[in-house]
Write a protein that binds this ligand. Structure first.
Ligand code: ATP
Ligand code: MG
Length: 333
């Protein structure tokens, strides 16, 4: 029996954070034995919003790879690769772009909310179309499962649509992949805003030093109505309470009860969170150090990208045959 496949990944737009960890990274690491796992470093997708600063990608690509390894991704089990170095993905994007109307893209709720947060009054073709490119990211290796945060659900729906439409028109080549949303589909930012996000600067990074983690937790937004410890708190609107639910499931209920009756203050509650996060992040720092040797990350990415290219060639062969564009007996020019 062939193992089923996972494809997921991140945009190299900066250091990964706790939202990535609970939203997707933890599932990736946990499932890599059960599934053949492909992790994409989505540098082309990063360009859709950062095309004016391509020089930052080189560092960010390595940073994101290291973040994945620190979270438990094993390069001997999983394939980690760079999107722009797999030409088959770009080629597949072109074929898929015939199957998706501009209106369908315009109505994608994640595109709408991201365009709003970037302040786009008009959108580039590349930004509007990135869900099509993402369908190619997922389908180039014929993935079955995509562990992602909640914001990605419209894109997985788009991928299923593309796969279904392709199969219906040309014959069965692609599975219709399922999204796997974690127990914490969207982690709030330290500023209390709805999503911890690289672009919003409200993140606790997986690579933050202990003093930085402490500072960010201690200054995170809590329940504004609470001035004194004895004031009854409202954990349902508190950032730190959300972190207890995400990272300290065992104690979170009792922490919330103590907060509501005013027997635990925000400072003590935050201090406990600092301890919890240290216990989580400190082994990750050790893994990070182990993979930081000279050239190691580059070697892992080059090897992974070779594997991904071979897989893309296989898929593109099937695609051309299905579309009857395998002229000249499939010979290369
Ligand atoms: P950017 O702001 O540059 O888009 P991002 O923080 O949204 O960065 P991505 O690289 O776009 O990160 O997302 C990678 C994966 O992590 C996606 O599956 C996304 O849903 C998930 N993810 C990102 N932020 C969170 C969060 N706060 N909670 C849960 N999942 C998240
Ligand atoms: Mg994003």
């Amino acid at each position: 029996m062939m193992k089923k496949r996972i494809l997921t990944g991140d945009r190299p737009t900066g250091a990964l954070h706790l939202g990535h960890l609970v939203g997707s990274l933890a599932n990736r690491a946990a499932l890599q034995d059960e599934y053949e796992t492909f992790i994409i470093v989505a540098d082309v997708q990063a360009l859709t919003t950062n095309f004016e600063r391509p020089e930052r990608l080189s560092d960010d690509v390595r940073q994101v790879a290291l973040d994945n390894l620190s979270a438990g991704l094993d390069p001997d089990k999983s394939v980690m690769f760079v999107q722009s170095m797999v030409p088959g993905i770009a080629e597949l994007t072109v074929f898929f772009s015939m199957l998706v109307t501009v209106n369908r893209l315009r109505h994608n709720p994640t595109i709408k909310s991201e365009a709003g947060s970037y302040g786009y009054t008009d959108m580039t073709y590349g930004f509007l179309g990135y869900p099509v490119s993402q369908a190619a990211d997922i389908l180039f290796c014929r993935a079955d499962l995509v562990p992602v945060g909640e914001d990605q659900l419209p894109h997985i729906e788009m991928t299923r649509f593309v796969a279904g439409r392709f199969n219906e028109l040309y014959g069965p080549v692609f599975p219709e992949p399922e999204a796997l949303v974690s127990r914490v589909p969207r982690l709030v930012g330290t500023d209390g805003s709805a999503k911890m996000s690289k672009s919003l600067g409200n993140c606790i990074h997986l690579s933050d030093e202990p003093a930085v983690v402490r500072e960010k937790v201690m200054s995170a937004v809590t329940d504004p109505a609470r001035i004194h410890k004895s004031d009854p708190g409202h954990p349902e609107i508190c950032t730190i309470a959300a972190y207890h639910r995400a990272f300290n499931a065992q104690e979170s209920q009792s922490v919330e009860e103590s907060c509501r009756v005013g027997t635990i203050g925000c400072v003590a509650c935050k201090k406990r969170m600092v301890e919890v996060l240290e216990a989580l992040l400190s082994p990750m720092r050790e893994r990070r150090a182990a993979f930081s040797g000279p050239g190691l990350i580059d070697e892992i990415l080059v090897e992974g990208t070779k594997r991904a290219c071979a897989e893309a060639d296989e898929t593109l062969g099937r695609v051309r045959r299905a579309m009857r564009i395998d002229y000249f007996g499939g010979r290369d020019a």
